[in-house]
Design a protein around this ligand. Structure first.
Ligand SMILES: Nc1ncnc2c1ncn2[C@@H]1O[C@H](COP(=O)(O)OP(=O)(O)OP(=O)(O)O)[C@@H](O)[C@H]1O
Length: 320
């Protein structure tokens, strides 16, 4: 049972980060409770890697505050509890795999040798092989072995599965879920492959143009919206009935006479306000919900997620 008085795994408040005057993160704020497996999603250039680098202390916010289990990233307390696998998997190319794991053991007080060696062995990677001679996928496996071996409480994975074949992806996501279930760790994993995240993650953070547009537990978020399909209303330009609440529509599209839309439900209801009785309605999948938000015009204010659940204070309003 998590201690309700313990700080969240991550708290970001009004975080800005600029590269040479150009803002990569702008007023980014959210809380991630401990124990969640969170998907960090967003278009290219949204600021995902920048956020990871702030969480590991590789970068500092230009403004605002970011905390990992209550500690400033980069401090010893935060570093000991955080493991990061970046997109470029920075491993020493001249080291052998065995030397790489030995370095991991020397540098980490809580190192789990058996776990790290098993992950490498299961990938048929010879301990004497040099990192520089490995394929991209095998290097990723070694990087993940190092991250899992560290026994960190917060695992930050920046597109870790991108260069893995489907079988290894499956194995690695299984490992991630087992680790999260066994040790109750918190994971933030970024990916552009939305369906891949649906079965793994129980929380989502959607970044767009450096801002958090959606944050919360996936089930709560999905149930706060409805996917509707049906005949487009010929008398309105958007195909929605004239009485529909446009401010609740995340995204709507018509193909011929067919309307498809994702709409926020009315407060306390499982359907949008003024739902047309002829609509076919369903709870959107995580992918449908995220795509609807990503497709809604940038710069507009999309409908926010539901009011925070008392047990899940991570849900923040749409900040766009
Ligand atoms: N070192 C840097 N110097 C200058 N600009 C940078 C630097 N790193 C990132 N940026 C800029 O900051 C913005 C956010 O980049 P970031 O890499 O965080 O996005 P991302 O969401 O991780 O993208 P992707 O999905 O393509 O990996 C982009 O506009 C990018 O060009």
């Amino acid at each position: 049972m998590n201690d309700p008085t313990a700080p969240p795994a991550i708290r970001a408040q009004g975080v800005h980060h600029s590269f040479r005057g150009k803002e990569a993160l702008a007023d980014c704020g959210f809380e991630l409770p401990a124990g969640r497996i969170a998907a960090l999603v967003g278009p290219n250039g949204a600021g995902k890697s920048t956020l990871f680098h702030l969480l590991t202390g590789l970068l500092r916010p230009t403004r605002g505050e970011i905390r990992v289990f209550g500690a400033a990233p980069g401090t010893r307390t935060a570093r000991e509890r955080t493991a990061f696998v970046g997109q470029d998997k920075p491993l020493h190319q001249d080291f052998t795999v065995a030397e790489t794991l030995a370095l991991g053991r020397r540098m980490n007080r809580h190192w789990d040798t058996a776990k790290a060696e098993r992950i490498v062995r299961d990938g048929d990677i010879p301990p004497k092989a040099r990192i520089g001679s490995l394929s991209g996928g095998k290097r990723t496996r070694v990087a993940l072995a190092l991250a899992f071996g560290r026994q960190a409480d917060l695992l930050l994975l920046d597109e870790p599965l991108a260069d893995l074949d489907p079988l290894v992806r499956h194995e690695m996501t299984g490992l991630l879920m087992a680790e999260a279930a066994d040790r109750g760790i918190t994971v933030v994993v970024s990916s552009h492959v939305l369906p891949e995240l649906e079965n793994v993650c129980d929380h989502v953070l959607l970044l767009q143009s450096g801002r958090i547009r959606l944050a919360g537990d996936t089930q709560d978020l999905r149930e706060a919206y409805t996917r509707v399909t049906g005949r487009a209303d010929p008398d309105t330009p958007d195909g929605l009935p004239a009485a529909a609440d446009r401010s609740a529509v995340v995204h709507a599209a018509t193909t011929g006479r067919q309307l498809t839309a994702v709409i926020r439900n009315a407060p306390g209801s499982a359907l949008p306000a003024g739902a047309d009785a002829r609509w076919i309605t369903a709870t959107p999948s995580l992918e449908e919900l995220l795509l609807a938000h990503l497709r809604s015009a940038p710069g507009t204010t999309p409908p926010g997620p539901p009011a925070p659940h008392p047990a899940h204070p991570a849900q923040t309003g749409a900040a766009a």
